[in-house]
Design a protein around this ligand. Sequence first.
Ligand code: GLN
Length: 571
Amino acid sequence: MKTVKPANPNYQTSIIDFLSPHTQFPIPNFKLPTQLKETKYIFVTGGVVSSLGKGIISSSLARLLLSRGFSVTVQKFDPYINIDPGTLNPYEHGECYVTSDGHEADLDLGHYERFTNIKTSRANNVTTGRIYRDVIEKERRGDYLGKTVQIVPHITDEIKRSVKRLSEEGDYDFVITEIGGTVGDIESTPYLEAVRQLKWELGKNALFIHLTYVPYIKAAKELKTKPTQHSVKMLQQTGIQPDVLVLRTEKELPPSMCRKVALFCNVSPEAVIQSLDAKSIYEVPLMMHDQKLDEIVLEKTATECDSEPDLKDWNLFLDKLHNAEKVVNIALVGKYVELQDAYKSISESLSHAAAWLDRKLNLVYIHSEKLTESDVASKLGEMDGVIIAPGFGKRGIEGKLVALKWCREHDVPTFGICLGMQCMVIEYARNVLGLKGANSVEMDPGTPYPVIDLMEEQKEISNKGGTMRLGAYDCDLTPGSIPAEAYGKKRVSERHRHRYEFNEKFRKDFEDNGLKCVGVNPETKLVEVVEAPDKRWFVGTQYHPEYQSTVLNPNPLFVSFMKAAIAYSER
Ligand code: GLN
């Protein structure tokens, strides 16, 4: 590789001093000044089956390029017709991630942020619904000047604009675009056509990475590459020639097999890379680097760089993650426990915090619908900390309230997030303030004590999509409170996704009885954080701190909770 350009001098890895009382907040943004004259575009497609981890491969490549000093962003195209995943049930599509500009986004954006420390925005997640909506709005305005509006060129042009918009707005060296779905799906066809056209416009500045699956047939004791060959053929039929193949596999692929795939698929042999099942997703950047994925990408896009990626902090994290011996037991009480992707950002935030504090996380999912007074002690008794999960609707609420009562009475470190915080308030109202029937109006519109109520602005809204309180809002913390100590500052900004709020009318009653409102929105005075100071660690946040926890900068509130759980584990 040519030696020309030094690594970006502005790039510095974060200084993580975990022995200091708190981690850095706000999360430092690693977006670097650009080095390259022209933006390079990398398109990541998938074949054979879904769930191969395109998001992790995209995030890992972003981490490697970033660690070499480049400015990078990752974008996801979702081929479904919903405008955004905000209206999707978590069973359909896992967690809904929220960007700071208030976009309800695919959970892969969470991976992008956790791997890179670079903020995403609504421009980083585009769905077919949004593309069509924008085109139809233009048609209604008459922008197409009487032309027949068609998939090609109007939809494909809109897709191309969505790719380029990121580099225009954000000034990036690399834009990595992950195309959701699997090659051959009817619904991803316009995306493939759009990026095929882009390749012609961009030439060397565009690169295709195709991720496929190599199954192991147990009975024959053989790995099979035929599905990969078919998938590449299908991609080629759309006019796209992949430059790099990443083969997901459970068993190590022999070099001869990679060479065979290279030969059949018109890909250079060194550009056939295997992605073996990893112990942790955070291992994948290193696995990709070992096989020179980053170097191949630089070479194929004619990008000069003489520096190796600086992965010092990343390796430190992995060391801690893998070498922790002592276990910390955390329960997550929620109703989507069959599908753990529904709580992805929370489980990742817990895993970051535990690893940095040298603990092996044992995260136990507890079904809130099945939790009762009679089994709560046996289910939570061994736990060092309990998370009460966010959510919507009535289902599973009573179990959350049972868990909260037990945790409060047994002084277990407890963290309520969004609906979890609202349940904390409801349980306290019923069992400490003696307000029988207290509830959120979401669960019981006729409750005599609406301790959680609908915001005034929300009362007239009937549309469900994109109408909640969404995105980052400031919050002022009471000095001396657990959150203020954890963040080490008075004003923080965290991300929200909810419709209902703590009801100010009951504030005095709660405060007089030991549940303090220790975080308040400076403009609206809405209560954002509650805490019972006479407990070890009993905190509820109306916001979602899990959306701002990254590998290199775990959210301070999760670190604080984890510290309390660790201290309690030594009881
Ligand atoms: N359902 C509650 C609300 O809308 C909480 C939402 C959440 O937990 N994200 O206010």
